[in-house]
Design a protein around this ligand. Structure first.
Ligand SMILES: Cc1cc2nc3c(=O)[nH]c(=O)nc-3n(C[C@H](O)[C@H](O)[C@H](O)COP(=O)(O)OP(=O)(O)OC[C@H]3O[C@@H](n4cnc5c(N)ncnc54)[C@H](O)[C@@H]3O)c2cc1C
Length: 396
């Protein structure tokens, strides 16, 4: 009997992890199944581009995993039972259950509503493909002078507002910031950001926490009403409640609490990577939900799984956050380095060079996912023990 590794989610963390596991472990011992709700690899980092009408080509996961031995199960995960080591799924072929010996949980995140009235009913977001597509259709029907309000001054809010204003100069784009725009950037990078907003004609409402969203306006905490034909909610990411409901040890955020090797602290057969992992970086702080963290955590998780199954020492992958790379449309960007305390360093890179670099990062991430067998070792690793389930667990 083979050791069954089930990977939940085929986003940046899960898709790369599945390819990496298939690349290194022998199919004679291991069976890898990836469960994903949609058939494509969705480049979430480009969803604001999708929303504003740019044409993006998403790769089919079936093509990505073709010839790798990874089985793809298109289904929505509805629950995990870590006691029985099973995953409940529902798909076109109805409800089902998958058994695992090792689980890698990488279901990512979606929009955080923060319970603000009207957000669910009236606001749009760019955190998932279907919501970005819904926004795309709404924006396509919005005529000249249409008012778009982006709520949130985080990375996604900034990228969304600038992308929209650059691609659709006919719209009136505004951003509501709870604090000050780019307050966390170095003074020079902040000036760069403000110039970009001025150049693109984006109105900024600072110190404006939105407390309600209505069909044609948003209401701030002080009662100010901001007209908005379209409100785009970009006030953070939240993880799916599945992990918490399954009895795995989770943080207040609902993310799975993991040790340094990305192994669940409550269930050693379970690993987590990407947005849904509560992983502490080298600076002692939780890693931010980001593509970079999805990279570190999936590499660490797969390294640990492979090492434990093949009875080797678990290697340590660096969990260091270097900086933020923010697109400001297609022709401008800011790359802001941070120190170990996540304070912005004085140096930053801005303008076209930063934009080209960011474009390279996005392409590189997509390419890495699309070529799971790249760098395939000549000899794949065999399990350390006779591959029956109890034996493998003993080795782990
Ligand atoms: C518009 C936008 C721009 C961004 N820009 C940047 C950036 O510039 N830099 C950066 O570092 N980060 C950026 N991010 C954040 C980055 O995209 C996420 O941190 C990253 O996608 C996390 O990777 P992940 O694999 O954990 O999750 P995801 O990439 O979200 O993958 C999760 C996968 O799980 C699947 N899934 C979810 N629920 C289920 C279920 N119940 N059943 C089955 N499958 C399911 C999804 O379909 C998806 O394939 C951006 C995000 C957005 C929305």
């Amino acid at each position: 009997m083979k050791h069954r590794i089930v990977v939940l989610g085929a986003g940046y963390a899960g898709a790369f992890a599945a390819g990496n596991l298939a690349r290194r472990l022998s199919p004679l011992d291991i069976e890898i199944t990836v469960v994903n709700a949609v058939p494509d690899f969705v480049e979430r980092m480009r969803l604001h581009q999708l929303a504003i009408g740019q044409n993006l080509a998403f790769r089919k996961l079936a093509d990505v995993f073709e010839g790798t031995g990874v089985r793809l199960r298109l289904a929505r995960v509805t629950g995990v039972d870590p006691g029985r080591r099973t995953v409940a799924v529902t798909g076109e072929d109805g409800d089902g259950e998958l058994a695992y010996d090792t689980l890698l949980y990488a279901l990512g995140s979606s929009v955080a509503h923060h319970g603000v009235p009207g957000v669910v009913e009236y606001a749009f977001d760019v955190t998932g493909r279907s919501s970005a597509q819904r926004l795309r259709e709404r924006l396509a029907g919005l005529g000249e002078g249409g008012a778009v309000l982006v709520v949130g001054e985080g990375l996604t809010g900034i990228e969304t507002a600038t992308e929209f204003a650059e691609s659709r100069p006919d719209l009136s784009v505004a951003l509501a910031a709870r604090g000050e725009l780019g307050a966390w950037l170095s003074p020079k990078a902040r000036r760069h950001l403000r110039h970009a907003f001025d150049r693109l004609g984006i109105a900024v409402h600072e110190h404006t926490g939105i407390e309600a969203v209505e069909p044609t306006r948003a209401i701030a905490a002080d009662g100010t009403s901001i007209p908005a034909d379209v409100t785009v909610w970009s006030a953070g990411f939240a993880v799916h409640p599945i992990a918490a409901a399954s009895g795995l040890d989770v943080a207040e955020t609902g993310q799975i609490v993991v040790d340094r090797t990305m192994r669940s602290v409550s269930h050693p057969d379970v690993y987590a990577a990407g947005d849904c992992a509560y992983a502490i970086g080298e600076n002692g702080r939780p890693l931010p939900m980001s593509c970079a963290s999805a990279g570190f955590t999936n590499l660490q998780a797969t390294a640990a799984i492979i090492a434990r199954l093949t009875a080797r020492d678990v290697p340590t992958i660096g969990l260091k956050y270097y900086g933020n790379h923010i697109s400001l449309g297609r022709r401008d960007a800011i790359f802001q380095m941070v120190d170990t305390d996540v304070r912005s360093k004085s140096w930053y890179l801005g303008g076209r060079t930063a934009a080209r670099l960011k474009s390279g990062v996005l392409k590189g991430a997509g390419w890495g996912i699309a070529h799971p067998t790249f760098g395939m070792p000549k000899r794949k690793r065999r399990l350390a023990t006779v591959p029956d389930r109890a034996g493998v667990r003993a080795a782990a």
